[in-house]
Design a protein around this ligand. Structure first.
Ligand SMILES: [Fe+2]
Ligand SMILES: [Fe+2]
Length: 168
């Protein structure tokens, strides 16, 4: 398994200060959520969180999820599917997400540095119920994307529909 200090060194060199700080907050929150929900792979969730934005060079560009997953595989030799899928799906979501991936998604969107109005609600709900928190998070994200005039990811909508249908 790749060394966490090695990853941190790489991130410090390659990420802006604000993105590095975001990454550290996502990692702390993801670990707390994983413990709360009984996820056994704690080292793996930390690695996924540390690397989730490792190839993000400009704001808003969704392809960084796929580029970051590829860097995790190629640069750090990560083969663990949970880690790779969580990184891949952290921006748009995906119907095949498991709890591990959902925790990274929730930690990313609601870490304490996020200052949009729903962030606190999403974070609180994330400790109680992962899927309810995902619905809140996807609602906020889809609404934001639409109000900004950007196209909505079909994966986000399908994941949202699946989660809502499960609840009805
Ligand atoms: Fe990201
Ligand atoms: Fe992020």
């Amino acid at each position: 398994m790749v060394c966490i200090n090695e990853i941190k060194k790489f991130l410090k060199k390659n990420l802006s200060m604000s993105r590095y700080n975001h990454t550290v907050k996502v990692t702390a929150l993801a670990e707390k959520l994983a413990r709360k929900h009984g996820i056994k792979k704690l080292t793996e969730i930390k690695i996924a969180a540390l690397l989730h934005d490792c190839r993000k060079t400009r704001p808003g560009a969704g392809e960084h999820s796929f580029l970051s997953a590829r860097a995790a595989r190629k640069k750090f030799g990560i083969k663990d599917k949970d880690i790779l899928n969580a990184i891949k799906y952290h921006t748009f979501g995906n119907r095949r997400m498991n709890d591990f991936a959902k925790i990274l998604y929730l930690a990313d969107i609601s870490e304490p540095g996020r200052n949009f109005p729903e962030a606190v609600r999403i974070r609180r709900m994330a400790f109680k119920n992962i899927d309810s928190a995902m619905i809140l998070a996807l609602t906020a994200k889809i609404r934001y994307v639409m109000s900004s005039g950007f196209p909505v990811s079909i994966e986000s909508v399908m994941l949202y529909n699946n989660l809502v249908n499960q609840k009805i």
